[in-house]
Design a protein around this ligand. Structure first.
Ligand code: NYM
Ligand code: MG
Length: 205
C-alpha cells in the first residue's frame, strides 16, 4: 500500500516544526515508514535563494519569490512520489497553501498565486495548527525573518481561512504540546486504510 501524504499548515510560531518532528518520531517508533519534508527546503539551489530572501539579505520581486517557492516544491515532487509509492508516509511542514496565503497576504492576486502549484500532488489530509495572534506573541514573539510581523501574519490567517475547506482538520495549537501531539496522532490514525491511488491534481478542479 502507498504511504499517506500529510500536510501541516499554520502561521509562524504555531508550533508546526516541533509538532511535525514529534509526529514523525512517534510514527517511526511504531515501526512505520515515515519521512519529514519541510517547505521551503532551504538546502537546494532555489532553497538557498529563498533562505537569503527570508533572511533579508537579498531583495526580490514578490512574483519572482512566489515562483521560487513553487519551484522548490516541484523539485521535490519526484522524491515525494517515489517515497509514497514505496509505502512511506510523508509529513510535510508547509506546502502550496502557505505559498498562496503568504503571497496573497502581501497583495498578489489570489488566482495568480495558485497557478504555479496546479498539478502538484494532492495531500490526503491537511492539518491546520490554529493559534491566535495574541497566543503566538505570548510565545516569545516572532523572529526577524521577512513576514514575521503581526500585520502580515493576521492577513495570512485570513487567507488560510479562505483556502481551507471541509476536508481540513483544525488543531487547537493553544493546547499543551502533548495535547496537540495527541490530536495530530488522532487525525493520522483516522486516515482511510484504503487511501486510493496517489493524486497529482492539486487545484485542477
Ligand atoms: N513561505 C513558505 C512562503 O511565503 N511561501 C511558501 O510557499 C512557503 C512554503 O516562508 N514565514 C513562508 C512562510 C514562512 C517562511 O517558512 C519560512 P518556515 O516554515 O518558517 O521555515
Ligand atoms: Mg518561520
Amino acid at each position: 500500500m502507498r504511504g499517506y501524504f500529510v500536510v501541516v499548515e499554520g502561521c509562524d510560531r504555531s508550533g508546526k516544526s516541533t509538532q511535525c518532528e514529534r509526529l514523525v518520531d512517534r510514527l517511526q517508533s511504531q515501526g512505520k515508514a515515515v519521512q519529514l519534508f519541510k517547505f521551503p527546503d532551504r538546502t537546494t539551489q532555489t532553497g538557498k535563494m529563498i533562505d537569503s530572501y527570508l533572511k533579508q539579505s537579498t531583495q526580490m520581486d514578490d512574483h519572482a519569490i512566489h515562483l521560487l517557492f513553487s519551484a522548490n516544491r516541484w523539485e521535490a515532487l519526484a522524491h515525494m512520489k517515489s517515497l509514497l509509492e514505496q509505502g512511506t508516509t510523508i509529513i510535510v511542514d508547509r506546502y502550496a497553501f502557505s505559498g498562496v496565503c503568504f503571497s496573497a497576504a502581501k497583495g498578489l492576486d489570489f488566482e495568480w498565486c495558485r497557478q504555479p502549484d496546479i498539478g502538484l500532488l494532492t495531500p490526503d489530509v491537511v492539518m491546520f495548527l490554529d493559534l491566535s495572534m495574541d497566543e503566538a506573541e505570548k510565545r516569545g514573539g516572532f523572529g526577524d525573518e521577512r513576514y514575521e510581523k503581526r500585520d502580515l501574519q493576521l492577513r495570512v490567517r485570513q487567507e488560510f481561512n479562505k483556502v481551507m475547506d471541509s476536508t481540513w482538520k483544525t488543531i487547537d495549537a493553544s493546547k499543551s504540546r502533548d495535547e496537540v501531539h495527541d490530536d495530530m496522532m488522532t487525525v493520522v490514525e483516522g486516515l482511510s486504510p484504503n487511501p486510493g491511488p496517489l493524486r497529482q491534481d492539486l487545484w485542477m478542479d
